[in-house]
Ligand binder design. Structure first.
Ligand SMILES: [Zn+2]
Length: 260
């Protein structure tokens, strides 16, 4: 009997030590715990990190078609605000007309309104083109914790070697017909004539798909990505990675589905 008692007392002491350790752990990883807990129970917001041409647009489209996601494109959101001529829309238009960057505060207030408007929907969400800066990332996390605790937040990095994306971009051809805008790759045998298969317009290479411009775009992108990752990590958020190298859109979708 004594041995059993001793065993139980030891267990209790060990549990107490363990619990106090957990409290310490919870304090140091406060944001991470809140965000993880949210994602276990309720709706989740995803954001993707991927270099230009790294496949996030394709995956977002697949997630809408096959997984019933909602995608918020900040570009579309901006256009909608301007079209509706709200106060925010008018302010936004001033920056866009001057070709200036839209301030983080303004972007976050639009995203906030949008998130509040769809908060009763059960669909998971992808934020496309947001957060774009470390300030936006921090503000979004603060917003979720304060105003939208039912939302979880996950950051998914789509990884592809830079050379692979460069090659894909150099070989990309687009249809300049505004009504069509189909996208092709020079490796597709059916476009040997250089004409759009849908509308017969002569295909072109986008100006920013030229090698020297691509390199500049990458440099800018990776610098920004590093800042974003630092911001997420300082908020205690894990960066989850999907390797998308040489994978078809369907396989990438499958890989994404596997981690949901
Ligand atoms: Zn076309």
């Amino acid at each position: 009997m004594n041995l059993v008692k001793k065993f139980i007392i030891n267990k209790i002491i060990l549990s107490l030590i363990f619990l106090s350790g957990c409290t310490f752990f919870n304090k140091t990883n406060k944001n991470k715990e809140v965000i993880k807990n949210m994602s276990e129970h309720k709706k989740t917001i995803f954001t993707f990190l991927s270099a230009p041409g790294g496949g996030k647009g394709t995956l977002a489209q697949k997630a809408i078609d096959k997984l019933n996601f909602i995608v918020l494109s900040t570009g579309d959101l901006f256009r909608q605000y301007i079209a509706n001529s709200t106060n925010i829309g008018l302010e936004l238009k001033k920056y866009m007309d001057k070709g200036e960057l839209v301030p983080d505060e303004l972007v976050i207030s639009m995203v906030k309104e949008w998130l509040l408007s769809i908060k009763d929907s059960d669909k998971p969400i992808i934020l496309d083109g947001f957060p774009r800066t470390s300030v936006q990332a921090k503000k979004l996390i603060e917003l979720l914790q304060k105003n939208l605790p039912e939302f979880g937040f996950r950051v998914i990095k789509l990884e592809t070697p830079q050379e692979e994306i460069t090659e894909r971009l150099i070989n990309r051809r687009v249809c300049p017909n505004k009504e069509c805008q189909a996208v092709y790759n020079t490796s597709m045998p059916e476009i040997t004539e250089g004409k759009c298969l849908k509308c017969d317009t002569q295909l072109i290479q986008r100006a920013d798909d030229k090698p020297e411009i691509i390199k500049e775009r990458f440099d800018v992108y990776y610098k920004n990505e590093k800042e974003l990752i630092n911001a997420y990590e300082s908020e205690g958020i894990d960066i989850e990675t999907i390797n998308v190298s040489k994978k078809t859109p369907n396989t990438i979708l499958q890989n994404f589905t596997d981690i949901l």
